[in-house]
Design a protein around this ligand. Sequence first.
Ligand code: NAD
Length: 522
Amino acid sequence: METEILSFINPATGAKFGEVKMTTAEAVRNAVNEMRQSFAVWSGKSVKERIRILRKFQTLLIDKRDEITNVLNQDCGKSRQDGLIELFVTVDMLAQYCTQAPKWLKRKRVSPGLYLFKQCFVEYRPHGVVAVITPWNYPLTLALPPVLAALLAGNTVVLKPSEVTAATGVLIEQLIQSVPELAPFVRVVHGDGKVGAALTQARPDYIFVTGSTPTGKKILQAASEHLIPVALELGGKDAMIVLDDANIDAAARWGAWGAFFNCGQTCMAVERVYVVESKYDEFVKRSVSYAKELKTGFTNEFDSPYFMGPVTDPHQADVVDRHLEDALSKGAHVLTGGKAQSGFYNPMVLVDVDHSMLLMQEETFGPVMPIMKVKDEAEAIELANDNAFGLGASVWSQNTTHAKRVADKVQAASVIVNDSIAQFGIPMLPFGGIKDSGFGRTHGQEGLMQFTRPFSYAVGGAPIKWDIATILRENGHYDLATAIMGVIYGTTLQQKWETLSQLFRRKPDVQSQKVSVQSKAD
Ligand code: NAD
């Protein structure tokens, strides 16, 4: 069979700028095996030593910033500055993890409970080989942070970047390979879903996936065969709720930003907006005006005059068009924006939308901001929750107590007040989903600790006679054990006294005789 080739195509210009061979299934298995071999060496290094090596990678990332933003610019069509945002978030994550990791990964002493003469510890050990499977919308910042977190925790890693942005996958591979102390502990395999499937079949010890919900379900099913633990960071349909006490101008400005940043190709983009009646007209007017200010286009310059590039994956444009067509046929109106030159759109604001439309139910992942008028906050919450996804949401109110009351009722794994998307860029906040948006968390302490399994260690001499736990384990101590349980855990004075006094009230051998006579009769 001929080796398949992945071409690097700039989605803004259609120009081919490189290619890579897809990794064969056999080479994927070899990569996993190789990482299994090198696991002992990497996991044997102290956390401090791993941090020292990862800091070298941090230095390299900053040194190579222009090269990195150049590849992201060509590969995704996004501006160099948007590429720099990906790098910034990655470096920020790595730096904060390196600071926190010694504390988080340290073994913890826990209470021995009744085993008074033992010492008990929890150690956080790595899984082994971690597979990281990533999408195309932020090919750097959705790939490197989980790879680096898994390494920090002591795992070796096999990364499978998206086939749509394969050039960034190759760049990541080159960056890792150029740090000799890191190179033996990471492998990058290139290709499409087939290569991803081969990776899950190669039996890694943990799988971290970012992608669509259908892909997440397939991987979960494949992983269940060998009981491989999986973290699923899947799709979203984030709601934005604008309350009557919101700063409407800021809501419109940052709502538009959240809908159109990265051409709407963000898992937690503002995908639907619910505005209370009293503020609806003003919000719509201002959103249209902000959307019109956001220019579309492509340049390789460091500072771009354009806010939005093209749709990165041509297949995604089909989804956007299908959702638009469906909405328009059901009565929606476009107030501004629409298709520009091939692959590009001008930011679109839609009104007269409702929940019968795909645009309000399925993930659009494009530069569309549908706005719906609601009677009050109760209706806004009800509609926000009328969706299969549960990734993030945003609430706008100048009264943070009011905002929190609403946030508490929204079915989402994260809510941001008076902003959009930004919670993803805060390294110490765990990020993930509920409902069809998946499970597991990236970022925050949870994002690092997922790459470990707790190992329990209890140590001491052989059981001694007067240890409570020894008393419990030896025959003939029914009443004494009752008294100990009652005195320690009894919830009222009466219960404590009643259980203690049993020790003096009842002769245990009389009771046990009764039981043995009865069992003979049976
Ligand atoms: P996708 O599901 O098409 O692909 C994701 C990755 O999975 C790719 O690397 C792909 O090659 C691989 N893959 C596909 N089939 C596979 C299989 N059977 N076995 C193993 N791997 C397989 O997603 P996409 O189009 O690249 O990315 C967009 C999606 O990602 C959107 O739904 C978006 O919401 C989601 N996303 C989620 C988050 C989050 O943090 N929750 C972040 C960004 C993107």
